[in-house]
Design a protein around this ligand. Structure first.
Ligand code: HGY
Ligand code: MN
Ligand code: MN
Length: 416
């Protein structure tokens, strides 16, 4: 099984062309115009992507397990047995996804494995590469669903019963694509977890850094509001007699944005999904369903913003004479990554000669769930223009290569 890692591994480097070839091959699955990808969780496209990645895992000699929520883990034996050092991310995408979000971290993990295979090097601890089900949360809430079940943060049955935006349940869709695996979930044995991911924001690109040593993930609050009013004629109904669900939805959306604008700092607010009924130009909407995504690195501020939003929503609904209800789609407090892992990422980047800075993650990631059960951290590479969740998402190959080499050597240190 090869020599221990100390033998000249310091000069090991991944094969960037091989990594780029896998990114292209996986990016072709569910490809959409403009160079992006649509592989919503548990769709036929997601299954095709899963099948392709598992094929590569098996070609590389990994022992592959699929658990009851569809998480996939490939393990490479070490000189010793015991919990593996894991690299991972996700391969499901949003509907207008780029080809790097999630996919890059999984394929870089496979490239690390192939680099070690080629060098005939075996680490002391086992290594693992994983992808988790439904990280995006765009079809089924919450996001990071698979990794949350994996670490025991969400009961499996509750996750399986979740109904998506198109009316199908997670359990049914898992069965339909054949990924309702046999392996149990909820009590994983992982020595440490490192996730390589594109930043998806503008910081590294604007400031000219190659590597981000991610300190943690900000808090996430997803709420779905339902407003019920009275549909009526747009022309004949005096303003004072209206119970306009569309107006109330837009007023709450505007208020959430105003709170974020006035607070500044890390506070962000997004209304990404809104449906009006009957959705006709000359009918006052009697129903509005919309989502509000609030995030902040500071939990106390995030809670205060939630309070202010709900207070305003209640007032405007009462004034307009409509009924308002809401449900929480996702709620995660900020997570700080293990300082030793953050330090190791930073030191490894420096040792390899790359510019590096520390920063929080604006996006949610599986690493924030793995952090509940083992030391976890993340490595960022720049997103050109800070664009993501958009087909124009792009990271130059040299940056992808540098990130994958930092992943390689971070994993080697943790595994030995
Ligand atoms: O929403 C997020 O932050 C992640 O892309 N699921
Ligand atoms: Mn992602
Ligand atoms: Mn994403």
């Amino acid at each position: 099984m090869g020599d221990n890692v100390d033998a000249g591994a310091q000069d090991l480097r991944i094969n960037a062309d091989r990594l780029a070839a896998r990114l292209d091959a996986l990016g072709a699955v569910g490809a959409i115009p403009g160079g992006g990808v649509c592989r919503l969780a548990l769709t036929a496209e997601d299954r095709a992507g899963r099948d392709r990645v598992i094929g590569w895992m098996r070609e590389l000699g990994l022992a592959v397990t699929i658990d009851a929520i569809g998480n996939v883990v490939g393990v490479r034996r070490g000189l010793e047995s015991g919990p593996p050092v894991m690299a991972g991310s996700h391969i499901d995408t949003v509907r207008t996804g780029g080809r790097y979000d999630g996919n890059f971290g999984v394929l870089a993990g496979l490239e690390v494995i192939q680099t070690l295979n080629d060098a005939n090097i075996t680490t002391r601890r086992p290594l693992a590469v994983a992808f988790f089900t439904n990280e995006e949360g765009a079809r089924f809430n919450p996001d990071m669903m698979g990794s949350l079940v994996y670490v025991g943060g969400l009961p499996l049955e509750e996750a399986l019963a979740t109904v998506g935006i198109d009316g199908e349940s997670v359990g049914d869709c898992l069965k339909k694509i054949g990924y309702n695996g046999a392996a149990p979930c909820g009590n994983p044995q992982v020595h440490a977890y490192v996730e390589l991911h594109i930043e998806q924001g503008p910081v590294l690109d604007l400031e000219g850094f190659t590597i981000g040593a991610v300190e943690g993930v900000q808090g996430i609050s997803w709420t779905e509001f339902t407003v019920l009013g009275v549909s009526n004629h747009a022309g004949t109904t005096p303003m004072r007699l209206r119970h306009d669900a569309g107006y109330v939805a837009c007023a709450i959306a505007h208020h959430a944005r105003e709170i974020a604008r006035s607070l500044g700092g890390d506070q962000v607010a997004t209304v990404g999904a809104i449906t009006l009924s009957p959705n006709l130009v000359n009918v006052i909407a009697n129903r509005a369903v919309f989502t509000v995504d609030l995030r902040n690195t500071d939990e106390a501020v995030l809670q205060d913003v939630e309070r202010r939003m709900h207070a305003f929503a209640g007032e405007i609904a009462a004034a307009e004479g409509v009924t308002l209800s809401h449900r929480t789609l996702a709620r995660f407090e900020p997570v700080a990554f293990d300082p030793h892992v953050v330090n190791l990422v930073e030191a490894t980047a420096r040792r390899l000669g790359h510019s590096v800075r520390r920063l929080p993650s604006g996006a949610g990631h599986d690493a924030q769930m793995l952090a509940r059960v083992c030391p976890a951290g993340m490595i960022f590479v720049p997103s050109v223009g800070g664009i993501s969740h958009n087909v124009k998402e792009f990271t130059a190959l040299p940056d992808l290569e540098d990130g994958a080499n930092v992943l390689l050597h971070t994993l080697l240190t943790l595994a030995n």
